[in-house]
Design a protein around this ligand. Structure first.
Ligand code: GUN
Length: 299
């Protein structure tokens, strides 16, 4: 059976390190890290994520600000708030929760965030830095950055000679994940809905990352024996066995089957999920260190 990669425990390690770095920053007389989270509208899942981000920021000792805006907020109003946060010296990280309501141009909003406060890593400057291997100064999107820490726990930092297959080509996960694996010397293939014979391709992977948003799509016989399997998916599916109207969370990987073949695998929940918020805190404390003219801490 595969080693189960405990994302909750690794995320706790990251948060502990962020707390220590925050204390050290205060001891040096520098401004404590400030994170602003902006949410527009009432999407319940987004509300839960945002509350959790603000709570963890407080736990880390950050200055934590949340802007909860009504669904009919105009693009102009939102851009004004971002402009103010860009100019605010007490804020080192700005996160605008996605998706935004349809009348707002998300791309324009993201590109308005100052790149040095873009702790989501979505600004073209940060995307370009990651794409050109400027990892020392880039902000890397939190979910792939967290997935990479989990891979390093199993495989170490240098992945030379390993084949990686990333299933999914989103800007938030698939593409940055592929770039991180490439920077760590993997031979990387990005697969997606138009890929021919996905099971055969997946079974060449020493590192298999599933980020497609389709419940249990990756089957046990797609997994190479001994592979490291990272399941980024969080899908809620009906669970009538738990009672009428009940549901449960599953990943993009058929876990029970895959765990029989893999060398190591992330569970859902408790794998990649907890890493996302932890890496947001890591990016924010890093931004505060840079703003204070100090060396950027690494994780
Ligand atoms: N919505 C879902 N995931 C994310 C994320 O990583 N960042 C932001 N800003 N919004 C999201």
């Amino acid at each position: 059976m595969a080693e189960v990669i405990d994302g909750k425990s690794v995320a706790e390690d990251v948060v502990s390190k962020v707390k220590a770095l925050t204390s050290e920053l205060s001891a040096k007389g520098a401004t404590r890290p400030g994170l602003a989270v902006v949410i527009v509208g009432e999407d319940p899942a987004s509300q839960v994520y945002v509350a959790s981000k603000s709570r963890t920021a407080k736990e880390c000792g950050f200055h934590s600000v949340q802007h909860t805006l009504p669904a009919d907020t105009t693009e102009e109003q939102l851009l004004k708030i971002i402009g103010d946060l860009n100019a605010d010296k007490s804020i080192h990280g700005i996160l605008v929760q996605l998706p935004l309501p349809g009348h707002i141009d998300s791309g324009k909003v993201i590109q308005t965030i100052a790149p040095e406060k873009d702790v989501d890593g979505f600004h073209f400057i940060n995307v370009g830095k990651l794409g050109t291997g400027e990892l020392e100064t880039a902000f890397v999107p939190c979910t792939p950055a967290g997935s990479m820490l989990l891979i390093e726990r199993v495989r170490g930092k240098d992945l030379s000679g390993l084949n990686a297959v990333v299933v999914g080509r989103s800007n938030i996960v698939g593409k940055p994940m592929a770039n991180l694996l490439l920077a760590a010397n993997c031979t990387v293939t990005i697969a997606h809905s138009r890929t021919k014979d996905l099971p055969a391709l997946a079974s060449t992977a020493d590192i298999l990352v599933a980020a497609v948003g389709r419940p249990e799509m990756v089957k046990g016989d797609w997994v190479k024996p001994g592979a490291t399997v990272i399941d980024v998916g969080i899908n809620r599916i009906p669970a009538p066995e738990k009672g009428e109207g009940k549901s449960r969370l599953v990943g993009d990987v058929a876990y029970a089957e895959a765990a029989k073949v893999a060398g190591a695998i992330t569970p859902v929940p408790g794998g990649v999920g907890p890493m996302t918020i932890a890496m947001l805190m890591a990016n924010t404390v890093a931004s505060a260190y840079l703003a204070a003219g100090l060396k950027r801490p690494s994780f």
